[in-house]
Write a protein that binds this ligand. Structure first.
Ligand code: PEP
Ligand code: MN
Length: 342
């Protein structure tokens, strides 16, 4: 629910209500606006049966949150969440670019990718050490060795890393190496994994499930928030539709919709959503134009030799071109884009 305070309410009255709600087991968030101050509160309403919140000093009205998700909702927290990774702010004014190969294949391949994507303008390095592949015969990732190479690439380039965890075992290993934990589309509703990953306390990149509605996706984020970790970054990566020309269908309308429904940052993955490198460039421009806070792009030093997702991977040169064309789009929507070699 949302507790709205009268304009003139002083701090003591506000804190009294926060204290009371906390005692009753509610999670609260205070939002101070110029006109009004509100408290977003989530908890078991039956514990308030003996109290009339509206009768408390300073309270103007109490509005229920109607959406099935609470902590993630814009009503609960009207201001945008910014997820901080080192000096970077995801959900702030800058477009954050995460790039790198689908999978970590070798030390050389990863270091080369890291140096090249950084030079072209990426701020965060991606790379899978644990690969959830559709076929059990496909390359499954270098696992621990892959994590070590990611850490080495961070050491060499200074770029934070994002890598996927697929279960409790990979989570336990990855926490010691990664800056952002990625939960992939196939695990979006693996609620025990969401819970365990949340408890680690690192930022979580939560990809949209292959057939997940916006509501299901936000409810998955709600699991992480409810476990006490507010650092959630959503990632639209395409959904399964009747169209087979593309690998998935990129739902760009999800970007402004998520912004209206939640306060969480959202980025777009044009690589997995299209499955075709030829479509990555225009869809990236579209994603930034419609309000994405960042992008997650697969780049491989030599896409034709990639062990995983070569057809959707950009060469470093194509990635560099894309970054250059993205600058005016970012500017047009009042966002900053920091190209490292400019
Ligand atoms: C990935 O980003 O490496 C990946 C497997 O993506 P998704 O979970 O969106 O398929
Ligand atoms: Mn991939």
């Amino acid at each position: 629910m949302i507790v709205v305070f009268r304009k003139s309410t002083d701090e003591e009255k506000l804190q009294n209500v926060v204290r009371l709600l906390t005692q009753k087991g509610f999670i609260t968030e205070i939002v101070r606006g110029t006109e009004k101050t509100i408290i977003g509160a989530v908890g078991d309403k039956s514990r308030l049966l003996d109290i009339s919140l509206e009768a408390l000093d300073g309270v103007e009205k109490v509005i229920p949150i109607l959406a099935p998700y609470k902590l993630a909702s814009r009503e609960f927290k009207p201001i945008d969440t910014i997820v901080r990774v080192g000096d970077l702010e995801i959900g702030g004014s800058e477009i954050i670019v995460m790039a790198g190969p689908c999978a970590v294949e070798s030390k050389e391949q990863l270091i080369e990718s890291a140096v090249l994507v950084k030079r072209a303008g990426a701020q965060i390095l991606r790379g899978g050490a644990f690969k959830p592949r559709s076929s059990p015969y496909s390359f499954q990732g270098l696992e621990k060795k892959g994590l070590e190479y990611l850490a080495l690439a961070r050491e060499k380039t200074g770029m934070p890393i994002v890598t996927e965890v697929i279960d409790a075992r990979s989570l336990e290993q990855a926490v010691n190496y990664t800056d952002i934990l990625q939960i992939g589309a196939r695990n979006m509703q693996n609620f025990s994994l969401l819970q365990e990953a949340a408890e680690v306390g690192k930022p979580i990149l939560l990809k949209r499930g292959i057939s997940a509605s916006l509501e299901e996706w936000i409810l998955a984020a709600e699991y992480i928030l409810k476990a006490g970790n507010p650092q959630v970054i959503l990632c639209e990566r395409g959904i399964r539709t009747f169209e087979t020309y593309t690998r998935n269908t990129l739902d760009l309308s999800a970007v402004p919709a998520i912004k209206q429904l939640t306060h969480l940052p959202i980025i777009v993955d044009p690589s997995h959503s299209t499955g075709k490198w030829q479509l990555v460039h225009p869809m990236t421009l579209g994603a930034v134009a419609c309000g994405a806070d960042g992008i997650l792009i697969e780049v491989h030093p030599n896409p034709t030799e990639a062990l995983c997702d070569g057809p959707q991977s950009l060469s470093p040169e194509k990635f560099k071109n894309l970054m250059q064309s993205l600058a005016p789009v970012a500017k047009a929507v009042n966002r900053e884009l920091n190209l490292n070699d400019q």
